[in-house]
Design a protein. Structure first.
Length: 424
């Protein structure tokens, strides 16, 4: 493989990609606009905790915040975020800005591959015109494009970039072959060649849409079983003994993928004249779960007396990662505050400055948390799981209170007698 790779965006997705190509000496540059992030990586520190210091030290990688350094690459991989806005519409501004940057570095013979989540058609219809405008070159003649959906799962030590089957696509057969060869040089799990860029784009959004809908079903069941005073985990354990029952659990659906990707598909569907029913229904169910948990917590407080102090453990979107993007714990916090509840929140992974900037939430250190009338175990970080009931009880007032175990990780049979346990 004689291509020189330029990775644009060094977050959860881009850094593992850059490292993989760095290991085989194929990385020309890893580029990010965040100069603080670049300085950290140059000091072999990854704030996302996806790559270890030892791994970064073991590979000689050029990391830069200078867009001019991208000119040393001839194969560009764009791995920047594609979030949604407040109206749940795709926000393509970052990928468009990255396209402008790459366009200025393009030369004849170069290839640009997007890994960012987009709606079907976005690469060729929306990104290519930007590349052409900025480069003065013609796509399909002077340079070529492809799409290869990212499948990074933050915090997952088993499914890594090199060990996940890589879907690739190109605008023509020759480009597809180049893209497949480039990724095949570092991905041991194998390459799947999609027949078109639009197919690869669509595959990305339905992977997480399918998971979103399955979780929405279980979340709706939790709402129903809550009204019927039936423990959802008990029902799922019983139903799960059937060989073809899909094992999903209720929970908050946040993060940068599952709670976002479906909106990219529904946006494109509506542009084509179809209003999705099932997908958006699932989104409505999942988006309401934080507020539902908060209201259930208020009921617990009222049942316990006059107390109104609540401690929330965890704000990241999943366990053992520092990522707070699209955290649905925030909706619990906000809903409780709207009821006049005194809410405090702690998380060993989240960065206080980011929580303050993104959500206006001040994190507490564990040692500074007040004794509470109710504790919400929102994110099952190892520190919380390993601490078990002694750790949880230490957060409650002396006479006990309510514990809301959103992930059902606490041993129900070991609950202290002065604790009212609630599970989704």
């Amino acid at each position: 493989m004689d291509r020189k790779i330029g990775v644009v965006g060094l977050g959860y997705v881009g850094l593992p990609v850059a490292l993989a190509f760095g290991k085989i000496g194929a990385l020309a540059v890893g580029y990010d606009i965040d100069r603080g992030r670049v300085r950290e990586l140059q000091r072999h520190f990854d704030r996302t905790l996806e790559v270890s210091e030892a791994d970064l030290r073991a590979v000689d990688m050029k990391i830069s915040a200078d867009a001019a350094d991208l000119r040393s690459a001839d194969f560009f991989i764009v791995t920047v975020p594609t979030p949604i806005d407040q109206a749940s519409q795709p926000d393509m501004s970052i990928v468009f800005a990255a396209s402008q940057t790459v366009g200025k570095a393009l030369k004849r013979g170069d290839v640009v591959v997007y890994e960012s989540t987009v709606y079907p058609g976005a690469t060729e219809e929306d990104c290519v015109p930007i590349l052409e405008r900025e480069s003065g070159l013609k796509c399909g003649i002077d340079f070529h494009v492809g799409y290869s959906p990212e499948r990074i799962n933050p915090g997952d030590r088993q499914h890594r970039f090199e060990s996940i089957v890589k879907v690739v696509s190109g605008q023509d057969a020759k480009t597809l072959g180049i893209v497949a060869d480039v990724y095949g040089a570092v991905v041991a799990a194998g390459i799947h060649r999609a027949p078109s860029i639009r197919v690869a784009e669509a595959a990305k959004v339905i992977e997480n849409t399918q998971r979103d809908l399955n979780i929405a079903l279980i979340n709706e069941l939790a709402l129903i079983f809550g009204l019927l005073d039936i423990d959802t985990s008990d029902v799922l354990a019983a139903a799960g003994t059937k060989w073809n029952f899909l094992k999903f659990t209720p929970g908050l659906v946040g993060g940068h993928c599952i709670g976002v990707d479906p909106y990219y598909l529904t946006h494109r569907a509506e542009r084509a004249g179809y209003h999705p029913q099932v997908i958006l229904a699932g989104r409505r169910v999942n988006d309401q779960m934080g507020a539902w948990v908060a209201r259930e917590c208020v009921k617990q407080l009222l049942a316990g007396g006059n107390g109104r102090t609540v401690v929330i453990l965890g704000i990241t979107f999943k366990e053992n990662v520092p990522d707070i993007r699209n955290s649905k714990v925030v909706s619990i916090f906000s809903e409780l505050r709207s009821f006049g509840v005194d809410v405090h929140i702690a998380d060993p992974y989240a960065k206080p400055a980011e929580c303050e900037h993104e959500y206006g939430i001040t994190l507490n250190a564990i040692a500074d948390l007040p004794r509470a009338d109710a504790v919400i175990l929102a994110v099952s970080h190892d520190q919380y799981r390993n601490g078990g009931w002694p750790f949880i009880v230490e957060r409650l007032k002396a006479d006990g209170g309510s514990v809301m175990d959103l992930k059902s990780v606490l041993d129900r049979d070991s609950a202290p007698p002065n604790v009212r346990l609630w599970r989704m």
